[in-house]
Design a protein around this ligand. Structure first.
Ligand SMILES: [Zn+2]
Length: 150
C-alpha cells in the first residue's frame, strides 16, 4: 500500500513566478514546486541545517533530502539546457490566520475578522496566505505530467 504523502508547510511563497532565459528563447520550463523552492530558500539562502528545515516544513529529514535533491536537479537542468524556471504546484499548506501584505512584503498572524497590515495599515494589499499560495498551485492533471518529467 503506498504511503500517504504528507503536505509540506511553507511560510512565504516566492516573490516571482519564475525566471526566463536570457539570450536564448525557449518555451520549455523546469517546474519548481513550492516545497522545492522552500527547501532551497531555507537551506541555501537562510543557511539553516536539514534538521531545522525538516521541522519547519513539518516533514522527515529523508523527505527533505529528496525534495532538496529534486530541486537542485531541476535548477541544474534549467541552467545547463537553457530552460525557463516556473515556480508553482506542490502539496503545500500554510498556517491558519496568516496573512500576507504585498505592499510591505511581510507575513503576519491575526485572528481579527477585519485584517489590516500592522505596518502600512492597508487592507486592500492583504490576503490570507492560503489564498495567496493557491495562486501558485497548478491543476492536479498538470502536476501528474510534470512529475513524470523529473
Ligand atoms: Zn503592509
Amino acid at each position: 500500500m503506498p504511503r500517504r504523502r504528507r503536505r509540506r508547510r511553507i511560510f512565504l511563497p516566492p516573490k516571482v513566478r519564475g525566471f526566463s532565459t536570457y539570450g536564448f528563447d525557449t518555451e520549455e520550463s523546469a517546474i519548481l514546486f513550492l516545497d522545492e523552492f522552500e527547501a532551497i530558500k531555507l537551506l541555501d539562502y537562510e543557511n539553516l541545517n536539514q534538521v531545522k528545515v525538516a521541522a519547519i516544513m513539518n516533514i522527515s529529514r529523508p523527505t527533505l533530502t529528496r525534495i532538496y535533491d529534486r530541486a537542485r536537479k531541476k535548477i541544474a537542468l534549467a541552467l545547463v539546457e537553457g530552460k525557463n524556471i516556473e515556480i508553482r504546484g506542490g502539496d503545500v499548506y500554510t498556517e491558519e490566520h496568516w496573512h500576507y501584505c504585498s505592499n510591505c512584503d511581510i507575513v503576519f498572524n491575526t485572528h481579527d475578522m477585519n485584517v489590516n497590515c500592522p505596518f502600512c495599515k492597508s487592507d486592500v494589499n492583504v490576503r490570507s496566505m492560503n489564498d495567496y499560495i493557491a495562486d501558485f498551485k497548478s491543476p492536479a492533471q498538470e502536476r501528474t505530467i510534470i512529475r513524470k518529467g523529473i
